[in-house]
Ligand binder design. Structure first.
Ligand SMILES: *Cc1c(COP(=O)(O)O)cnc(C)c1O
Length: 409
C-alpha cells in the first residue's frame, strides 16, 4: 500500500514502538481516557498549524474557523485564542463560539433555512448574519425591528463561476446557498431601504480542494465580483469573506496544499482592496485545514478473524463515530484514510488486513485491505486526519452502540 507523500502520521512522534500525542504515549493516553474508542486532538498541532498558515499568508488576511468542522467546546476555546473569528451555522454552534470567548462581532452565521429563534439569537448577540436569500433578508429586518436592534448583515453571493477541483461544490450552480449574482444588485437596493447594517459579502464556492491554482483563481474571481457588486451596496464594503475550501490530504498520492500561489493571489487582492475599498477586511474561513491533521481516532481490536483468507480486525469503533473514514460522508469512491496500529509503530511483522466495526452493515469499514503491523486483540487502531468531520458528522445513534469520547491533549 502506497503511503501519502506527506504521510500525516509523521507529524506525531513515536517512541518505544508507540505513537505519542501531546507528549503522552498512546497506550497511556488510552488508560487515562479510560475507554475506547476516542478522538484525541493535539492542541500543540492545532497551534502549529495556525502559525504555519499565518506565516505563509499575507498578514492583512483575517483567519476565521468554521466551527462545523469540529465543534468540540474545548477545541473551540483553544482556537478562539488563535484565530480572528468563527463561522457558525446553527444556534448551537453560535453558543459554542460565544462560550469559547469569541467576540460576538467576530462571529458570522451562515446557512440556509435559519429558524426564527436562530435569527433572534444571532441578532441579539450582535453576530454577523450571512444572508442566504432575499426572504431571509426580510426576516432578519423584521427580527431587528422586534428586538429594537439594527442587524449586521453580509450578503452571501452564489457566483456564476465554479471552483474547479473541489471535493464538494457549494457555488456556481443552482444551489440553496447564497443569492445568484445577477439578483444581488436588486437585493442590495432593497437592503438599503431596510433597517440593516450592510457590512459586506460572503462567498464560499467549495470545500476540500487540493489545487492551489484553482483556489487562487476562485479567490481572484470572488474579489473582482464582490468589488463589482459593491457599487450597488448601500454602504462601503467593510468585510469580504472569500471562503476557503483549503483541502487536506486524506488518501494515498494526495499532497499538502501549496500555499505560495494562494498567498501571491491574496497579496494582489489586498492591494486591489486597498485601492478600491480601503475599509474592507479580507477574511478566509477554514474548517478542516486547521484541525483535521491534529486529530486521531483510536479504537481497540476485539478480535482477529479470517474470512476467505482475508484478515479482519474487528474493533470497538466504526462508522457510527467516523462516517468520513468509512467513505460514506459524500465520497464518490471509497478510499482508505491513513491508519496504523498505534502501539506497534516500529518494526515487527506486517500483514494486509481490513479494519471493521461492530455495526451490522458492510458499510462499517474503517480500512479496506491495508498494510498494517500484525495486530492482536487489545491493540489500538489509529485513524489519522481525524480532527475534522468526526463525531459531529457521524450517525452516532445507528445501532445504539456507545458514543466516542473526545479529548484535547
Ligand atoms: C463547510 C463550510 C466551511 C468549512 O469547510 P472546510 O472544508 O472544513 O474548510 C466553511 N464555510 C462554509 C460556508 C461552509 O459551509
Amino acid at each position: 500500500m502506497e503511503t501519502p507523500r506527506h504521510a500525516p502520521q509523521r507529524q506525531f512522534a513515536v517512541a518505544d514502538d508507540c505513537l505519542r500525542l501531546g507528549g503522552l504515549a498512546l497506550t497511556r493516553l488510552a488508560e487515562r481516557v479510560g475507554a475506547t474508542p476516542f478522538f484525541a486532538y493535539d492542541r500543540g498541532a492545532v497551534a502549529a498549524r495556525v502559525a504555519m498558515l499565518r506565516a505563509a499568508l499575507p498578514s492583512g488576511v483575517l483567519l476565521h474557523y468554521a466551527l462545523k468542522a469540529n465543534p468540540m467546546a474545548a477545541l473551540a476555546q483553544h482556537l478562539a485564542g488563535l484565530v480572528d473569528g468563527m463561522d457558525v451555522a446553527s444556534a448551537a454552534e453560535l453558543r459554542i463560539a460565544l462560550d469559547a470567548g469569541v467576540a460576538p462581532a467576530a462571529v458570522s452565521f451562515a446557512g440556509p433555512a435559519k429558524s426564527h429563534a436562530e435569527l433572534r439569537c444571532a441578532v441579539a448577540a450582535g453576530a454577523l448574519l450571512h444572508l442566504e436569500s432575499e426572504g431571509e433578508m426580510e426576516r432578519v429586518a423584521e427580527t431587528g425591528a422586534q428586538l429594537g436592534l439594527t442587524p449586521r448583515v453580509a450578503v452571501r453571493i452564489n457566483p456564476n463561476f465554479e471552483l474547479k477541483h473541489a471535493g464538494m461544490r457549494m457555488g456556481g450552480a443552482a444551489l440553496q446557498f447564497g443569492v445568484d449574482e445577477e439578483r444581488v444588485p436588486a437585493m442590495l437596493q432593497r437592503l438599503g431601504r431596510l433597517a440593516l447594517d450592510f457590512v459586506g459579502f460572503h462567498l464560499f464556492v467549495g470545500a476540500q480542494n487540493l489545487s492551489a491554482g484553482a483556489i487562487a483563481e476562485a479567490q481572484s474571481h470572488s474579489v473582482n465580483l464582490a468589488l463589482r457588486l459593491a457599487a450597488h451596496a448601500p454602504a462601503p464594503l467593510r468585510l469580504l469573506n472569500i471562503g476557503g475550501g483549503f483541502g487536506v490530504p486524506y488518501f494515498p498520492g494526495q499532497c499538502e496544499l501549496e500555499l505560495a500561489p494562494i498567498a501571491a493571489g491574496l497579496e494582489r487582492a489586498l492591494a486591489l482592496l486597498a485601492d478600491t475599498a480601503p475599509q474592507a477586511r479580507l477574511v478566509l474561513e477554514l474548517g478542516r485545514y486547521l484541525v483535521a491533521g491534529a486529530g486521531i481516532y483510536v479504537c481497540r481490536v476485539r478480535e482477529r478473524k479470517l474470512s476467505h483468507g482475508q484478515v479482519f480486525l474487528l474493533t470497538d469503533g466504526g462508522m457510527h463515530h467516523h462516517l468520513a473514514a468509512s467513505g460514506n460522508f459524500g465520497q464518490v469512491i471509497r478510499k482508505n484514510y491513513p491508519v496504523a496500529i498505534g502501539n506497534r509503530m516500529a518494526g515487527g511483522p506486517r500483514e494486509t488486513a481490513s479494519v471493521v466495526g461492530p455495526l451490522c452493515t458492510p458499510l462499517d469499514l474503517l480500512a479496506d485491505r491495508v498494510e498494517l503491523a500484525r495486530a492482536e486483540a487489545g491493540d489500538l487502531v489509529v485513524v489519522f486526519q481525524s480532527g475534522a468531520y468526526g463525531p459531529s458528522a457521524s450517525p452516532a445513534a445507528f445501532l445504539g452502540h456507545p458514543p466516542a469520547l473526545e479529548v484535547l491533549v
